[in-house]
Design a protein around this ligand. Structure first.
Ligand SMILES: *Cc1c(COP(=O)(O)O)cnc(C)c1O
Length: 472
């Protein structure tokens, strides 16, 4: 990271640097020759935390220790000087780094980089929204130091309500950075028509929450790269168990780890995962070489949206079983969607796994259960479409609210990705603040119910929906 030219490396500092070079070379070799060859589940279970780490440094603890400490002590001034100049790996201060978040970052970098031949890295953040902010800000810098410099970016209008607010209010209204919304993300010409010399990045959420928008990642990534721009994807709904956008050309992935990645629901957390050497028209080599490390050690050091170590280890524990959980919850969602599709009280069902969904074929090219071909149960590639679906209740917003209020097993909450089934009405919750216009852009009618199917037996979820739809 940014080496300050004022730093004088003393012989004592050099000793620390040399010692750590050996350690880093061994770690890189271990990742390249061992971890990168493991299957997805093995990475999810172990990440970079080894028996050797545990025995040598952590009293043999089999779970990554939670380092609830604000800062790190150093042996002497040489070690401190080398550490604070980022010349040796360090965690110095928990706003910048921490051993617990270190393991969290590596697991996510490896899971979203699974199957990608190049290198990926990750920066943990305190929330999914902080991840989005972390991912987009470095591209919005003022290049010419002209206060009126026009800047824009292109983003899918079908996106999470918080993302709409961040882009529309914080960036557009407050900072005059233009967000050009793509209304039909499946139309490559629309994406292309919005790019000009002042564009900084392309941004797409897929599948989108709650509208289940989808686009051809490879085609949009090619378009972005043709203009020397990065493609940033919010892949929260799919998780790396179903989709790894970096494998299809995306430069950066943002994850609300709060959601399916840590399905237990202990708290809020996020991550930015980036491939090394990404594409950008910003002249900042350090940023392009290793985006996630750059944001972690520089901008986020200064802004401070860091993740708590306790939350990091809780999320790690959830991620160990990600693939099998996403498989189960996707299969349950498929059954629930098929049930809803046949109910007279339901006007329409949006689920990418239904052949009736207009994006079913496109999504089917991208959403595969990772390693299904290596799974004894399947032995071949298997499509899975995640556990988020939405449906419109016949009879307008009142009918939707009545049905919603009758739910007994399914929780009414503005949440998703849980191991428990959760439903919400986006127009009165997640998508309230952006108003009618934002909701129309994101295709959110007032009688739309978003349902995220959990790991309960699907018969019990269907029974709950059945009684709620039927009424007394
Ligand atoms: C929830 C969500 C976010 C925001 O994540 P938080 O962890 O709540 O800050 C971003 N994108 C999508 C798709 C989400 O569902």
């Amino acid at each position: 990271m940014s080496r300050n030219s004022e730093i004088v490396v003393t012989p004592g500092m050099q000793c620390y640097i040399d010692k750590n070079k050996k350690y880093l070379a061994a770690r890189d070799r271990y990742i390249r020759e061992e971890v990168k060859r493991w299957k997805f589940d093995t990475i999810a279970v172990h990440g970079l935390y080894t028996v050797q780490d545990a025995i040598e440094d952590y009293q043999g603890a089999i779970i990554e220790p939670i380092f609830m400490s604000s800062s790190q002590a150093y042996r002497d001034s040489d070690e401190m000087a080398a550490a604070l100049a980022y010349l040796i790996p360090t965690w110095c201060y928990s706003r910048i780094a921490n051993p617990s978040t270190y393991y969290y970052e590596w697991t996510l970098a490896l899971l979203d980089g699974y199957g990608y031949p190049g290198e990926t890295s990750c920066c943990s953040t305190s929330s999914g929204m902080a991840a989005i902010m972390t991912a987009v800000q470095p591209f919005l810098v003022n290049r010419t130091h002209n206060k009126l410099e026009p800047r824009n970016f292109v983003a899918t209008a079908q996106c999470y309500g918080g993302t709409f607010q961040q882009f529309n209010v914080r960036l557009m209204e407050e900072r005059d950075i233009e967000c050009r919304w793509v209304l039909d993300a499946g139309n490559l010409d629309e994406w292309a028509s919005k790019i000009d010399g002042n564009t900084r990045f392309l941004y797409g959420e897929l599948p989108s929450n709650p509208g289940l928008g989808f686009f051809d990642i490879k085609a949009v990534a090619d378009l972005a790269h043709g203009h020397n721009l990065p493609l940033i994807c919010d892949s929260t709904v799919a998780t790396p168990a179903l989709l790894r956008p970096i494998c299809f050309g995306a430069d950066i992935v943002v994850q609300s780890v709060t959601k399916t990645l840590s399905s237990s629901g202990f708290g809020i957390c996020g991550a930015v995962i980036a491939r090394k050497n990404l594409t950008s028209n910003i002249e900042n080599e350090e940023m392009k070489n290793d985006f996630a490390s750059y944001v972690k050690y520089l901008p986020n050091r200064d802004y401070g949206p860091n993740l708590h170590p306790m939350q990091a280890v809780m999320a790690l524990n959830d991620m160990r079983t990600l693939r099998s959980k996403v498989d189960l919850m996707s299969r349950n969602a498929q059954r629930v969607a098929e049930f809803l599709e046949n109910r007279a009280e339901v006007e329409s069902v949006q689920y990418l796994g239904l052949p009736s969904h207009p994006l079913h074929d496109l999504a089917g090219r991208y959403l595969w259960l990772v390693d299904a071909e290596h799974d004894e149960l399947y032995g071949k590639p298997v499509n899975r479409y995640g556990h988020l679906l939405s449906f419109c209740v016949r009879g307008g917003p009142e009918a939707a609210r009545k049905m919603f209020d009758r739910l007994q097993r399914i929780w009414r909450a503005t949440d998703l990705g849980r191991i428990k089934s959760v439903a919400t009405i986006p127009a009165i919750s997640t998508h309230l603040q952006q108003g009618e216009r934002g909701r129309t852009l994101a295709h959110i009618p007032p009688n739309l119910v978003r349902l995220c199917v959990g790991a309960e037996h699907p018969d019990d979820i269907i029974a709950d929906l059945e009684q709620a739809l039927r009424g007394k």
